[in-house]
Design a protein around this ligand. Structure first.
Ligand SMILES: NC(=O)c1ccc[n+]([C@@H]2O[C@H](COP(=O)([O-])OP(=O)(O)OC[C@H]3O[C@@H](n4cnc5c(N)ncnc54)[C@H](O)[C@@H]3O)[C@@H](O)[C@H]2O)c1
Length: 269
């Protein structure tokens, strides 16, 4: 029997014994646990180092000791830093802009090394702005799509950081799930690599704001605030490496995904 372990909260991955215990009788690990948010990482670099780097290293080490077949882990588009080229292509990374991005890059380096030194089949998935059902809309560090939907539904006015002309490859959650499963089935030749996981589209934040207003039947102008430190202005992905090496073939473009997300929030907020 094949056993998958989806790690988001197994107690605390900063504790190696906990990680070793979690790997018992498991074949595949899909490691997602980390602290997100670029601005928060700028406030708390040590904490990010401990959890995102230390915790992921514990998980890889536990996987190695337990003879795990495949170790798939979440990386991030933030590893591209200030590299100006669009679309983002694996192998063309710039200077990092936040401790969060650094934790993901270090994690990828460990992924490479654990494959090379110990033969652990690791696959790093560089997610690009994931959105979809059940994403937390609350708090200062909430992702922009659920946050805007909730505020608009509640009659509040969202604030756009910067001019709203920043663009992102917003990626529907089901595409990310598909990528994780495809990585588990990928050949060992693809291991030790990191892959862009996105749809390959490009949406501008201001357009998304007005699309959400339209879908929710609301007419309201947004507020504008300062740019967020550590943010990349534009980001969209070339997904050909994941297509070729993992057989990744995302089903949901932004339009299909946002429709499903809005429907879910309308029913569940
Ligand atoms: N959501 C995105 O747009 C996005 C984009 C790029 C990368 N990622 C990465 O994808 C992964 C999942 O992201 P998400 O948006 O679901 O984040 P999330 O914050 O919703 O979930 C992360 C989970 O990790 C857990 N966690 C953190 N530190 C832990 C520790 N020491 N021990 C055990 N559990 C711990 C948290 O409690 C949380 O449940 C993360 O690694 C994140 O960095 C997400």
């Amino acid at each position: 029997m094949t056993v998958f372990l989806f790690i988001t909260s197994i107690s605390d991955i900063r504790d190696l014994d906990t990680c070793i215990k979690a790997c018992e009788d498991v074949d595949f690990i899909l490691h997602q646990a980390a602290w997100g948010s670029v601005p928060r990482s700028i406030e708390m670099p040590l904490f990010y180092n401990e959890n995102n780097i230390g915790g992921t290293l514990n998980m890889m080490e536990a996987a190695r000791r337990s003879g795990i077949k495949k170790f798939v882990y979440a990386s991030s588009s933030s590893v591209y830093g200030d590299h100006p080229i669009l679309p983002k292509v694996e192998g063309q990374e710039g200077n990092l802009l936040s401790p969060y991005a650094l934790t993901k890059r270090v994690t990828e380096e460990y992924g490479k090394l654990y494959h090379k030194l110990y033969g652990l089949d690791t696959y790093g998935l560089r997610y690009f702005n994931v959105f979809g059902r059940r994403q937390d809309p609350d708090g200062a560090y909430a992702a922009v799509i659920p946050k805007f939907i909730k505020m608009l539904i509640n009659g509040e006015t969202p604030t756009i950081n910067g001019d709203g002309k920043q663009s992102r490859d917003f990626t529907y959650i089901d595409n990310v799930v598909e990528a994780n499963l495809k990585a588990c089935l990928a050949p060992s030749e693809a291991a030790g690599n990191a892959f862009n996981i996105a749809y390959g589209g490009r949406e501008f934040l201001l357009d998304i704001y007005y699309d959400l207003c339209k879908a929710l039947n609301i007419e309201r102008e947004p507020n504008f605030g300062p740019d967020r430190p550590g943010d990349i202005k534009h980001s969209n992905a070339d997904i050909s490496k994941a297509k070729k090496m993992l057989g990744y073939d995302p089903e949901y473009d932004f339009e299909a995904g946002i429709k499903l997300a809005i429907d879910w929030y309308k029913e569940n907020l």
